[in-house]
Design a binder for this molecule. Structure first.
Ligand SMILES: CCCCCCCCCC(=O)SCCNC(=O)CCNC(=O)[C@H](O)C(C)(C)COP(=O)(O)OP(=O)(O)OC[C@H]1O[C@@H](n2cnc3c(N)ncnc32)[C@H](O)[C@@H]1OP(=O)(O)O
Length: 150
């Protein structure tokens, strides 16, 4: 696989907006590794010039899942753990390196690290499990919701 652009999430595709987390510059480097260049938008400031931790978790969830879909595996997040190691500045050039670490049946283990561009110091590290969807996943969800009358 050559370096190629990873598609936005469904929500951003439907609304035809840039990635709301700022993760548009997202390229697959191989079948199992990818790189994202991004900045935390000012709207996600949680402390003075520092990213809200929710942005960090959300962007990891977004890019790790998007990469798996890019490789042809339709999946959802089952677990996601984020180690917050240093404050993440807003509106500064950042980079995420991510990889599919292992596949075990329908379980896919992914990891990601967030750094300042040009730095080798980790600001945050994510690990999670994405479970490949069984056919009918969303239809079963809709049926459950209908049973609840929603
Ligand atoms: C075009 C479509 C592309 C789809 C893109 C969608 C992108 C959406 C991105 C998201 O935002 S995901 C939203 C947040 N996540 C969710 O809403 C998931 C909610 N949870 C579920 O729907 C189900 O719990 C889940 C699909 C994850 C698993 O249910 P299943 O009934 O399909 O699987 P099952 O319980 O049989 O487990 C399958 C395997 O996954 C493992 N597993 C399930 N939950 C786990 C968990 N929490 N941690 C670790 N492993 C887990 C489970 O042990 C088992 O391993 P083995 O195959 O080795 O036996």
């Amino acid at each position: 696989m050559t370096a190629d652009l990873v598609s936005p999430c469904r929500g951003c595709q439907m609304s035809r907006t840039p990635c709301r987390f700022g993760a548009d510059d997202f390229v697959a480097l191989s079948e199992t590794a990818a790189r994202v260049r991004l900045a935390c938008p000012a709207a996600f400031e949680g402390g003075p010039r520092v990213a809200h931790g929710g942005w960090t978790a959300a962007v990891f969830d977004d890019v790790l899942g998007r990469f798996l879909v890019h490789t042809g595996v339709k999946s959802v997040t089952a677990t996601l753990t984020v180690d917050y190691l240093l404050p993440v500045p807003v509106e500064q050039p950042l980079e995420i390196h991510l990889e599919i670490a292992a596949r075990e049946g329908r379980r896919n283990h992914l990891t990601g690290v967030l750094r300042l561009q040009g730095s080798d110091r980790d600001l945050a590290v994510a690990r999670g499990v994405w479970v490949e969807l069984r056919p009918g996943h969303f239809e079963r969800h809709q049926a459950r919701m209908a049973e609840l009358g929603t």
